[in-house]
Write a protein that binds this ligand. Structure first.
Ligand SMILES: CC[C@H](C(=O)O)C(=O)SCCNC(=O)CCNC(=O)[C@H](O)C(C)(C)COP(=O)(O)OP(=O)(O)OC[C@H]1O[C@@H](n2cnc3c(N)ncnc32)[C@H](O)[C@@H]1OP(=O)(O)O
Ligand SMILES: [Co+2]
Length: 135
């Protein structure tokens, strides 16, 4: 089951500039940056109570973020939902006909196991599922 919005992903050209803008907008500082080499992104996180904002900068021209910005410009990129059991949710969604972008969950940012659903199967919205990695 989807529990809550875990974060909102925003594609940006320059992380530093975007951090300044969102720090002013939210009147708080980002709490962490994290480089996710497997995704070709460097992320910066803000937390507003239960809501997290994830800024995403491409680390190279082959990054999905570079391709996204080239095509659609900066802005809203994906909506991430927290789940308790990502494997179970992936099986359910696959059975329901949604297109999963990986066979198994992958390591994401902020200590999560993640997977993505293709926007073509979700009314044009890139959806991410996140499960906390229990230490
Ligand atoms: C995991 C670390 C971190 C975390 O939270 O833990 C992240 O969130 S990393 C975020 C970056 N990583 C990803 O987004 C991985 C999943 N995304 C992909 O695999 C691709 O971006 C994919 C498959 C969604 C699109 O890649 P493709 O090479 O097919 O690019 P196209 O431009 O050809 O797109 C096909 C089609 O989809 C539309 N599209 C692409 N991205 C988005 C989007 N973010 N939201 C909505 N729609 C999107 C694109 O416009 C094309 O549609 P069309 O009608 O043909 O123009
Ligand atoms: Co994300």
């Amino acid at each position: 089951m989807m529990k809550n919005v875990e974060h909102i992903g925003i594609a940006v050209n320059e992380l530093e500039k975007a951090e300044e803008l969102f720090s002013t907008l939210f009147n708080i500082m980002p709490y962490k940056r994290e480089n996710i080499a497997s995704q070709g992104v460097i992320t910066s996180f803000f937390r507003i109570n239960q809501t997290k904002i994830e800024l995403l900068e491409a680390t190279g021209p082959d990054s999905v973020i570079a391709k996204f910005i080239e095509k659609k410009g900066e802005g809203f990129h994906h909506l991430a939902f927290e789940v308790d059991d990502i494997q179970l949710e992936m099986e359910r969604l696959k059975k329901e006909g949604f297109t999963l972008l990986s066979e198994a969950p992958v390591i994401g940012a902020d200590n999560k196991l993640v997977c993505f659903l293709h926007p073509k199967s979700t009314n044009g919205m890139l959806i991410e599922l996140c499960q906390e990695i229990k230490s």
